[in-house]
Ligand binder design. Structure first.
Ligand SMILES: C[S@@+](CC[C@H](N)C(=O)[O-])C[C@H]1O[C@@H](n2cnc3c(N)ncnc32)[C@H](O)[C@@H]1O
Length: 372
């Protein structure tokens, strides 16, 4: 296989040549590499700068890019693993370029490594679903667990049966399906964690393009597990009109739509609490600014996340306008009008046409039609 040197962040490494004519070039070579996941990797590196950690496990490394960047750019000792012999060989070649960093390379099923060893940070980045790995990762991760999922169709309800099988929860393909996907995955991670008398606190989580990325702090003790479970609940969605409501509960109630009387559909169990930590986002924004990255896509994402209301589930206000057969005002005007009426409202990172609000539908309807 012929390799090509690439630069990401300040880290150089080799990846195999990809077939640019293939339908999905990142998967066309013996070892996987997807340039479009750079923002995902950048987000982790920036977060790690503010965390006090001394070991990081790149469980499913492919070329090793994540672990290499963490070692080289953050100065954290790393273990980089992949069970594929081709990947492990490439990781060794790449690691040899950084003799000054503490890099251990392993070639095993990551579950075997996590069963015998603990790390300050465990990072899961599988093909598709992380579901089979979260249980063991929740015991191996001493302080932080990072998870990527790219199986957005099952998570978001487009492949309903697969979503139910993998995550033990019922998604639904709604206008806010990307948010359902993130919260469903988060709810699953919580349920996998609390059985070990541990809890989680979301630090920096987002959904983007075809993936969900979670950065979580692990907490210890049965009480912390119980606290995490207090954020588990359901979204009740009316199948006939735009009405939805959130319920924090272990078991869902049966609800009727207060707008039109239809029996509400239940989505969950899922995480209904905040998905980000304000202090963490503030520090991320400051670090990005200090690096001259204040205008970057990542910085814009951090800003939107910090302004986003922490509660489920956003409305696509163009869809609402279509439902009510009205023509929509610009998003910022809609948000300002809702706030003037005494309710909370924000944009959301999930959707450029998304609005989060605690306002009732009639206020939303008035705001969408009233031009500033
Ligand atoms: C999506 S790729 C990883 C991409 C990489 N982290 C990056 O940022 O470019 C998934 C990798 O996980 C590896 N993998 C899948 N299951 C594994 C397992 N159980 N143990 C170790 N590696 C595994 C595959 O060989 C593949 O290289």
């Amino acid at each position: 296989m012929s390799d090509r040197e690439v630069l990401e962040g300040s880290t150089r490494f080799f990846i195999p040549e990809q077939d640019e004519n293939s339908s999905f070039p990142p998967g066309s070579a013996a070892v996987f590499f997807n340039d479009r996941m750079r923002l995902n990797r950048d987000s982790t590196n920036y977060l790690l700068r503010q965390l006090d950690v001394s070991s990081y496990f790149d469980a499913m490394a492919a070329s090793g890019v994540r672990g290499l960047r963490v070692a080289h750019e953050c100065g954290i000792p790393v273990t980089i693993n992949d069970y594929s012999p081709e990947a492990a060989a490439l990781i060794r070649k790449n690691a040899a370029m950084y003799p000054e960093n503490e890099i251990t390379v392993t070639e095993e099923d990551c579950r075997a490594v996590m069963l015998r060893q603990r790390f300050d940070v465990v990072d899961l980045d599988p093909f598709g679903t992380p579901a089979p790995f979260v249980d063991i990762a929740a015991t191996s991760a001493r302080h932080y667990l990072f998870v990527t999922a790219t199986d957005t169709a099952p998570l978001c309800g487009a492949h309903l049966k697969a979503g139910i099988r993998r995550y033990g929860a019922r998604p639904m393909n709604t206008e806010y399906h990307s948010e359902v996907g993130l919260r469903l995955l988060l709810g699953f991670v919580v349920r996998e964690t609390v059985k070990y008398d541990r809890g989680i606190e979301p630090l920096f989580c987002f959904a983007r393009e075809h993936f969900v990325r979670l950065h979580l702090r692990m907490t210890n003790g049965a009480g912390k597990g119980d606290m995490a479970l207090k954020n588990i609940g359901y979204i009740h969605q009316c199948p006939a009109c735009p009405w939805r409501m959130t319920e924090t509960a272990f078991l869902p109630s049966v609800q009727e739509c207060p707008e039109c009387g239809a029996k509400m559909s239940r989505i969950g169990p899922l995480w209904v609490g905040p998905i980000n930590n304000h202090e963490v986002l503030t520090q991320l924004a400051a670090d990005l600014d200090a690096d001259g990255m204040g205008e970057s896509v990542l910085a814009r994402l951090v800003t939107i996340l910090d302004g986003e209301l922490p509660t489920p589930a956003f409305y696509n206000y163009h869809r609402l306008a279509k439902h009510w057969r009205i023509s929509p005002s610009p998003a910022d005007d809609v948000i300002a009008t809702i706030r003037d009426a005494g309710y909370q409202a924000s944009r959301t990172h999930y959707d450029g046409r998304g609005i989060k609000t605690d306002a009732p539908l009639h206020v939303l309807r008035d705001a969408i039609t009233t031009r500033g």
